[in-house]
Write a protein that binds this ligand. Structure first.
Ligand code: FES
Ligand code: FES
Length: 159
């Protein structure tokens, strides 16, 4: 099949690629752009490890054709920190030990980054990560980390 042009912005940088139109967004990000922070787990839209932001909305990149991102702004976990300056959520994850093997972490961060924009209540937080599976932590440390940010305990550094 003929390759098609895809133009989109990833982590603030404009890209123009020629890709197979049936490629998934996760495949383009990881295999063609080297953004391997986005994980590929179940590949069926169930685990959330592949979550990225598409125009600010959390999406499972294994369930989105890359061509659907034409003209969109994508943010992956690599785009959260500004150099060594982590986001409040990333610092809270570190402080709360909200990961063990880390495989789910980038997806958790992306989902939580999206729904923290909506000023969630503690109940909303559980709902907000219900599409993200963690096999290690038992979720409590993750929930505590997100809640601390929702409660305003972490501020943007130097902003
Ligand atoms: S790899 Fe996409 S949801 Fe599991
Ligand atoms: S930290 Fe291992 S799957 Fe979540």
């Amino acid at each position: 099949m003929k390759k098609k042009r895809l133009r989109f912005t990833v982590n603030g940088e404009h890209h123009e690629l020629y890709i197979h139109p049936k490629k998934l967004l996760v495949e383009i990000l990881r295999d063609e752009m080297g953004l391997t922070g986005t994980k590929r787990g179940c590949n069926t839209g169930s685990c959330g490890a592949c979550t990225v932001l598409l125009d600010g909305m959390a999406v499972k990149s294994c369930s989105v054709l890359a061509m659907q991102a034409e003209g969109a702004e994508i943010t992956t976990v690599e785009g959260l920190a500004d150099g060594s300056r982590l986001t409040p959520l990333q610092r809270s994850f570190l402080d709360h030990g909200a990961f063990q093997c880390g495989f789910c972490t980038s997806g958790m961060l992306m989902s939580a980054t999206a729904f923290l924009e909506e000023n969630p209540t503690p109940e909303d937080i559980k709902e907000g990560i219900q599409g993200n599976i963690c096999r290690c932590t038992g979720y409590n440390s993750i929930l505590r980390a997100i809640k601390a940010v929702a409660e305003g305990k972490y501020k943007e550094e130097g902003r």
